[in-house]
Design a protein around this ligand. Sequence first.
Ligand code: 13P
Length: 333
Amino acid sequence: MSIHELEATIQQLAIPGKGILAADESTGTIAKRFNSINLESTPENRRAYRELLFTTPNVNKFICGVILYEETLGQRSSNGQLFPDVLAELGIVPGIKVDKGIVDLPFAPNEKITQGLDGLAERLVTYKEMGARFAKWRAVLNISEQLPSCLALHTNADALARYASICQDQGIVPIVEPELLMDGNHSIERCAEVTERTLHIVFDSLVKHRVMLEGMILKPSMTIAGVDHRPVASIDEVARATVKVLRRTVPAAVPTINFLSGGQSPELSTAHLNAMNKLGHQPWLLSFSYGRALQDPCLKTWQGKPENVKAAQQAFYKVAEANAAASLGKAAV
Ligand code: 13P
């Protein structure tokens, strides 16, 4: 394992006032997003959309890394440059989603396991040759009165840790993403309890698998009530609950925590992140690695029309700027 390689990548990804764009929607997921603007999901439309995002003027002031889907890693901008090269030239680190999605976990009703460990080391060699320097693996857990089960927690944590160790062995920084879904009517207290348990188990597995904590990024969900729960917790309550859980579970050796947005609106994701960073100094950076919350306003503005590209880029720039400010506790929200 090349520790220096991991450290060099972390130095570029753990920058106060910057965050990560998740633009790694699988072909199925991007089809759903395009469907919302009545756009067909063709390789060319996907390429054009990703080009719009990556070439947004000056967005590298706020974005230090982009997670790509495998297809995008091999696609080119209109001037013929490969996307990883486009990003690297802007000082943005190219990353790659390496998990192969979720399937039902046998004998665990309503629970999932993430696939993709077999052949991962070989795939990473290829991705690295294509320019990727960090990776992402997403584990998905449901919250209810009974869930997640011990089985789902331990199996998913073990897969995350195996993935992270394989990445580090190849000189690739792993983003470790245990997502607790917002679906359901659970309270914020229940989410806090489950998130704390999940992160304990995930870090226990990471340590067992000898993952170097200084060379990884944690991508958690915020501690937030289920979408159907009423009343809705205040922004301050979410910020305090999230930070409390993280302080109890995430070793100070982890350099940066970059949240997923998980279906929260762009405004709320920014407000929550900002409120957390206003709580004072923490052992790690608290930043973002949003997909939907960074892209939704841009996608709505674009509508798949070339004449809207400029306005869509402005929309993306604005959200990226707001979240970069929120990662310093300085957003105007
Ligand atoms: P969202 O911010 O839309 O939840 O996506 C982040 C992500 O990368 C999920 O794996």
